[in-house]
Design a protein around this ligand. Structure first.
Ligand code: IPE
Ligand code: IPE
Ligand code: MG
Length: 241
């Protein structure tokens, strides 16, 4: 078997938990619970395929507009997921990074996130970015605020500002741009996810609902990625000469 061209960074819009629950005659939260199991399978798959960075879109800034009970249940599920996963992450040399406006999350969740980030900060086998209270537009606004502050306080010279400097102000500063973005559940939109970072990402849409997304589906996405020609503005001829 020829070796697949493996993306350095895969970002996933994990969508379809609610529809999965509905199809199984279950409350929506059961879809989210099953979705956390899919996360475990995909972390294992990423590890096995040698992907170095994976970002998971778990909660958007717009998701606060869901029914209060669903939001509360999601936060609880997140807390128990973090408690369960810390040991596994450490054991497997995986590093957790949170992307988003974390200060607006419940205090218990913030504490757990900080604790897990600290416990895993020395690892580099797989960096797991967890996008929580994430939205690209708020990310850009936060970046512009920080840049303004740094400029006013003399830490940054505006003449030096280019995209390489700008990207250092994004939540994703420690990760390369995603090579591949996967969205499950058949939806064809980015929903405010990594809008700048996806400038040259390959996009893979799967009809599978997130709770059913497994190692084989992940493998199919990697295979599709490997067959794509990424031109970054050049001509196809330039790439082969
Ligand atoms: C994705 O599944 C999980 C979150 C957005 C938190 P959804 O909950 O959006 O599932 P659908 O789209 O309603 O099926
Ligand atoms: C995007 O899914 C957010 C996450 C996967 C966390 P949504 O289900 O919230 O997106 P829309 O509302 O269908 O665009
Ligand atoms: Mg959805």
């Amino acid at each position: 078997m020829t070796a697949l061209k493996i993306p350095q960074h895969v970002a996933i819009i994990m969508d379809g938990n609610g529809r999965w629950a509905e199809q199984h005659g279950l409350p929506r939260i059961e879809g989210h619970r099953k979705g956390t199991q899919a996360v475990e399978h995909i972390l294992k798959a990423a590890e096995d395929f040698g992907v170095k960075n994976i970002t998971l879109f778990a909660f958007s800034v717009e998701n606060w507009n869901r029914p209060k009970l669903e939001v509360a249940a999601l936060m609880q599920l997140l807390d128990s997921f973090l408690k369960e996963q810390e040991e596994q992450l450490v054991k497997r040399g995986m590093r957790l990074r949170v992307l988003g406006r974390t200060s607006e999350l419940p205090t218990s969740t913030q504490k757990l996130l900080r604790k897990t980030e600290q416990a895993t900060q020395a690892f580099d086998k797989l960096t797991v970015g967890l996008a929580l209270n994430y939205g690209s537009r708020t990310e850009v606004v936060d970046a512009v605020k920080a840049i303004t502050r740094d400029t006013q306080e003399g830490r940054l010279d505006l003449n030096e500002l280019d995209y390489d400097v700008f990207r250092q102000y994004l939540y994703t500063k420690e990760m390369p741009d995603p090579d591949l973005i996967i969205r499950t559940s058949g939806e064809c939109r980015l929903s405010n996810f990594l809008l700048l970072q996806s400038a040259y990402s390959e996009i893979y849409l799967s009809d599978v609902l997130w709770p059913d997304f497994d190692q084989a589906e992940f493998g199919a996405a990697l295979k599709a990625y490997a067959s794509r020609e990424r031109r970054f503005g050049k001509t196809a001829q330039q790439l082969t000469s």
